[in-house]
Design a protein around this ligand. Structure first.
Ligand code: SF4
Length: 425
């Protein structure tokens, strides 16, 4: 088992070229001696993006076509020595072509791996702008009518430091190793055939023959070294290894203490617009004020303000290198939206505590259940914050004063008189 993967089986169809991309990436990372904690894999929408759960690295999943822009922001905020890799398909690469060209023009320190199987595999095989003329797809049964973009040519002309095109068969880790070691913008276009849709509509077609006929010439193009884009000095200085300077936020002064000795993980889930994310952020900052490390991650539907809102919080005495939560110590549910969103996780819980608003039905779970009247006592808008307050009081892992101090310093200070709010406990 590789140091970089959680499991050896990959989530792709048999024969899909994505297998070779992952294996070659892992080998290249091993050869350059990278540590998983120094690698940030940013994936796009598409079959390739399912793999991020298999990587033991930092991962981020971008919107369709936007992963290069996301990765550029990440790369600009990191100290030197990290490896930011983008996985993107041919569909995403053409949706977000301008992001690619700008990242190449700026020479941002990224390695972009384009999985070019010449169609949108995840949605059933529609053509992209990298589909060569004559290639048959589900909506171009007589063959794509237009010639494809030469992506390597475009990004090279835009200023990329390293550009390569390979046939996505076997081991091409050497090319990926070169791209990863290159300081500046590198792009590797991997030609593949989608065994589910490309082969279905083009039976008997071989990848090499397709590449030759389409003029998809393998090769490597390298520019003379030029400066990598860095953010100007000032409040946007790149992060130091300790993370100072992340945003123009006041540093958290450690004024309290916590008895917490180990890592504690919590899921807070309720309805959008009811302050779930804000409550989780307040908890994280209160924990930092008590000398702990903290991460907070939010998820909610694309349509903001509707449906569920879920936050994951990790508090720890030691630094947190992985911010995923698999078996939470606490799940806190403040509304039906939150319960529906977390019901599967709750059903799988075999330990930990489930705090549940009194308005909700009791779900099936092995966790200890504590029913509390969050909504009735604090109102819907502040139920999440009041739930955090309740949990902290019952768990005793943070002094209530730490939470109250953060509330007082937040935009809620005028809306929740702290004395009254504290008296709710
Ligand atoms: S649908 Fe195509 S691109 Fe997606 S995993 Fe299967 S073979 Fe690969």
């Amino acid at each position: 088992m590789s140091l970089f993967l959680t499991r050896s089986d990959l989530p792709f169809c048999k024969g899909c070229g994505h297998h070779h991309v992952v294996r070659s990436t892992v080998k290249a990372l091993e050869e350059i001696g990278a540590k998983p904690t120094d690698v940030i894999l940013v994936t796009d929408i598409g079959c390739h993006g399912i793999v991020d759960g298999h990587f033991v690295t930092h991962t981020a999943h971008g919107l369709h076509g936007r992963s290069v822009a996301l990765a550029a922001g990440i790369a600009m905020g990191l100290p030197p020595g990290k490896k930011v890799i983008v996985y993107i398909g041919d569909g995403g690469a053409t949706i977000g072509l301008q992001h690619l060209l700008e990242a190449a023009r700026m020479n941002i320190d990224l390695t972009v791996v384009v999985h070019n199987n010449m169609l949108y595999g995840m949605t059933g095989g529609q053509p992209s702008s990298l589909t060569p003329r004559g290639f048959r797809t589900v909506i171009t049964l007589d063959g794509a009518p237009l010639p494809h973009h030469d992506l390597c040519r475009l990004v090279y002309d835009a200023g990329a430091s390293y550009v390569a095109r390979v046939l996505g068969v076997g081991d091409f880790s050497e090319v990926l190793r070169q791209a990863l070691e290159m300081e500046g913008f590198a792009l590797v276009e991997v030609l593949e055939l989608c065994t589910s849709y490309g082969v279905r509509w083009n039976p008997g077609l071989w990848l090499k023959a397709l590449a030759d006929e389409a003029g998809y010439t393998p090769g490597i193009w390298i520019r003379p070294p030029r400066p990598v884009f860095r953010l100007p000095a000032g409040p946007w200085e790149p992060l130091s290894p300790r993370g100072e300077g992340l945003l123009d936020l006041p540093p958290v002064e450690v004024r309290f203490s916590s008895p917490l000795e180990e890592r504690w993980t919590m899921i807070l889930s309720g309805s959008a617009g009811e302050g779930v994310q804000q409550a989780a952020e307040i908890l994280a900052r209160a924990a930092m004020a008590a000398g702990l490390h903290a991460t907070k991650k939010g998820s909610y539907p694309v349509t903001v303000g509707v449906g569920f809102s879920t936050a994951e919080v990790i508090l720890s005495r030691s630094p947190i290198f992985y911010h995923g939560v698999h078996e939470p110590d606490a799940v806190v549910i403040t509304s039906m939206d939150g319960l529906l969103n977390q019901r599967e996780r709750i059903r799988r819980m075999q330990r930990g505590v489930l705090w549940l608003d009194a308005s909700l039905p009791i779900p099936e779970t092995e966790a200890e259940i504590r029913v509390r009247d969050f909504r009735g006592r604090a109102g819907a808008r502040y139920a999440a914050l009041y739930a955090i307050w309740t949990v902290l009081q019952e768990m005793g892992i943070l002094p209530p004063e730490a939470l109250l101090e953060v509330v007082q310093g937040s935009s809620l200070a005028d809306r929740i008189p702290v004395d009254r709010w504290a008296s709710l406990g």
